[in-house]
Design a protein around this ligand. Structure first.
Ligand code: DGY
Length: 326
């Protein structure tokens, strides 16, 4: 008998086929978003699950599914998994780091550039038939080249963003839980480690790439936005909850900062409706890792982890620390 697994969201068909070679698979190709109760019900009798950020694996779920041995997240961020509870219940957990670094860094740049150069605002205006003449000050905004880039969260994606800034002759400031080794700072366009406050005061473009946790909740709220330059932009490709969305809406309305680019939101996909009325914000639906190659790599990485973990081998991207049982 093959072990049973739940693939909790729609996934590339070839990845389902791969998983079916190892497991009895219950899939969800209709891509229904399960409530916590539906998730718990579907997990009954399963040894593993391939999940995404929409599935919350917490104490209640783990207590209700005693046969569960592993959850494999198809994301690098894993704030949807209570890893401490997984340790207590001896349920392995994994994520998909590295495979998305470059794609996510590309997108961070795309969003930051669209925000600074007002690309979507200008396109909406053009599509609305408002373009009747060229004007010297139409859609003028800040430059990226020769400006100061502030990166909050200097992990692998943050470093990939910094590396790309050399072509724009930018100065890079960063803030992180800990300082990088000198050779990593060097490779990250000679990034300079500074306090969050200094970074916010001095940067022309601030980009957020840090993981979400209780400690990083509202890293950017009203007080932080007040430190930024009125000409500055803020780009968030990390997680909703890192920014206080209500405070950001206020800051965008009052022009405390010039503009924001947001790929992630508090309570997404039900983002705050006031964002939709603002012209100085670029909004995208959590797609920073969405290149075809990278999404396939993420799905296969999650599958590799699950196949390893449930066959008693150490999953390549294990998040839990107790020994893997055969
Ligand atoms: C990630 O990998 O964490 C992306 O945000 C997709 O959820």
């Amino acid at each position: 008998m093959k072990p049973g697994i739940l693939v909790a969201r729609a996934v590339f068909p070839e990845v389902l086929a791969r998983l079916a070679e190892h497991f009895e698979v219950e899939s969800n190709q209709e891509d229904e978003i399960y409530s916590q109760q539906q998730l718990t019900d579907r997990l009954q009798g399963k040894q593993g699950a391939l999940i995404t950020g929409s599935a919350r694996i917490n104490e209640q779920v783990l207590a209700a599914v005693p046969g569960l041995r592993m959850v494999a997240n198809m994301a690098v961020g894993y704030d949807n998994i209570d890893t401490a509870a997984c340790e207590r219940f001896q349920v392995l957990a994994s994520n998909t780091p590295d495979v998305l670094n470059e794609t996510t860094a590309d997108f961070g740049w795309a969003l930051m550039m669209a925000t600074a150069r007002r690309i979507t605002e200008a396109e909406h205006w053009l599509r609305a038939g408002k373009w009747t003449k060229w004007r010297y000050d139409s859609f003028i905004g800040p430059d990226l080249h020769d400006s100061t880039l502030g990166i909050i969260g200097m992990g692998r994606i943050g470093q990939a963003i910094a590396r790309r800034s050399t072509g724009f002759q930018m100065q890079v400031l960063y803030h992180n839980r800990s300082r990088l080794a000198p050779e990593l700072e060097q490779a990250a366009n000679q990034a300079q480690f500074v306090s969050k406050e200094q970074l916010l005061r001095e940067s022309d473009h601030v980009i957020l790439v840090l993981p979400y946790s209780a400690a990083t909740h509202h890293t950017i709220a009203g007080a932080e936005l007040a430190l930024m330059k009125p000409t500055a932009t803020l780009t968030n490709i990390a997680r909703g909850g890192i920014v206080d969305d209500q405070a950001l809406i206020q800051a965008l309305r009052n022009k405390t900062i010039a503009a924001a680019g947001l790929d992630v939101f508090e309570n997404e996909p039900a983002l705050h409706p006031d964002f939709l009325d603002l012209t100085n914000v670029v909004l995208t639906p959590h797609i920073a890792s969405a290149s075809e190659k990278t999404r396939r790599a993420m799905a296969n990485c999650a599958a590799d982890n699950l196949i390893a973990g449930l066959s008693g081998q150490r999953p390549p991207n294990l998040l839990t620390s107790f020994p893997v049982q055969a």
